[in-house]
Design a protein around this ligand. Sequence first.
Ligand code: ZN
Length: 221
Amino acid sequence: MQSFVDEEVSVNITVFLGAPGSGKGTQAKILSSDGKYIHLSTGDILRNAIKTQTPLGKEAKVFMDKGELVPDATVISLIEDTLKTLSPDAQIILDGFPRTVPQAEALDAKGTTKVKSAIFFDIPNSALIERLTGRRVCRNCGQPYHVKHMPPKKAGVCDVCSGEVYQRSDDTEEVVVRRLEVFGSQNQGLLDYYSRLNKLWNLSADRSPQEIQKSLIEVLK
Ligand SMILES: [Zn+2]
């Protein structure tokens, strides 16, 4: 098992768990907007490490260029390096990490790293599939749309720039269903892990962002 190095890492961590489309990233962004929480997403940390060409970033890029998942050891080192730069009383929301039980164990391996709670954004697969397969995006300016909840005024045409509004290959039903299956099998292990530690909160995420935010603030108190 990988573990964090012996240097003191002492931060308060809340882990956000949830499928793609569950809204956890949106909620983390809202919570961090007033500076009380620091939102750490694995995606952002990876992109930043690659952009600044750190040794770990270069390592991660080799895997990402091949379309492969970055190995646990590399991701763990990246998170560890980032946590070390934060002040001891920082309130962290980890989004996209841990993704596997070995990652969760590595995060807990040092007694000084405190995962206070793990919040699972619980939402039925049928609702996720509707959210994800309904997504559209402008090919030209990147403006997001949703066929049901936020369609462009004229079908297939971007309101902002008149570019073509299309469906990403990632958002087709076949790909979405496969992604959710992969997520579900990995996530169950994490739910069991945090449940055993009495740190798991189930948050009903098939609601409006405002309602979810209200419940979240209660849980985080
Ligand atoms: Zn556009």
